[in-house]
Design a protein around this ligand. Structure first.
Ligand SMILES: C[S@@+](CC[C@H](N)C(=O)[O-])C[C@H]1O[C@@H](n2cnc3c(N)ncnc32)[C@H](O)[C@@H]1O
Length: 226
């Protein structure tokens, strides 16, 4: 089973050893099944809103890991809706838009009050803002790179306390490590922010444009872009 992609490997690295893992939006199931097969986690609970991918995972698991079937659970579920909270202590939600991940967590209520590894494909800034206003702390961020694309993976813990933040924090995160991966991430981010700024300026949305200008200035002041 191959999960050599840096994106999934980065998520794997944040899952605690021995976790009872819930993977929401499991799709191909590579992440939880590989962790289980390696003995890194105690159990894997695979869920997806779609039946097809889950049935394929179930078949693959039966063929490849018949001895582990007692430690693998499946549920067709929109986010946490059909999930049984007794069966997990750590959650992964990866490969979806940041707004969808935020919606899933918000609708999950107490079922989502666990430690999680989150990997948004877009709008990480909206996800960070959501997390900080809904009692989650971002403990760590990783910035895996695949070819020309850079991703962010967040290790998140529920504390019940809000965190103060600025618009710049939502785009850049609060950690801003001086690493090559982060530099590459910020370069991609600068392009996205510039494009959005052009759009907001054209549309005459002064307030949004001013916010994006501040974010861009903050990105430039990091000195990573030359
Ligand atoms: C692009 S795949 C990502 C698969 C895997 N998590 C990864 O990161 O490689 C997104 C998966 O999320 C599932 N999905 C989308 N919305 C969902 C929701 N509300 N609840 C559960 N799964 C959802 C889709 O059916 C799809 O299988």
């Amino acid at each position: 089973m191959q999960t050599n992609k840096p994106r999934l490997k980065a998520v794997e690295s944040l899952v605690p050893k021995g976790a009872r893992l819930l993977d929401i939006g499991a799709d191909h199931g590579l992440l939880p099944l590989r962790l289980l097969a390696r003995g890194d986690i105690y159990s894997a609970y695979l869920t997806d809103v779609n039946k097809g991918p889950l049935a394929a995972c179930q078949h693959r698991a039966l063929v490849d890991f018949p001895h582990l079937m007692d430690y693998i659970g499946f549920a067709i579920s929109d986010g946490f809706k059909e999930v049984d909270p007794r069966f997990y202590d750590f959650v992964t939600i990866c490969g979806m838009g940041g707004e969808l991940i935020a919606r899933i967590i918000e609708e999950g209520g107490e079922k989502a009050h666990r430690s999680m590894a989150l990997q948004p494909m877009s709008h990480a800034e909206k996800l960070r803002a959501f997390l900080w206003t809904h009692g989650f702390t971002i403990k760590e961020e990783l910035y895996p790179r695949e070819g020309h694309r850079s991703y962010v993976v967040m290790l998140v813990k529920y504390t019940g306390r809000g965190t103060r933040f600025t618009a710049t924090d939502t785009y850049l995160g609060k950690k801003r490590p001086k690493t090559e991966e982060y530099w590459f991430y910020v370069k991609g981010l600068a392009k996205t922010v510039k494009k959005r700024l052009d759009g907001e300026t054209l549309a005459g949305n002064k307030r949004n444009a001013n916010t994006l200008k501040r974010v861009l200035t903050a990105i430039e002041s990091l000195g990573y872009l030359e």
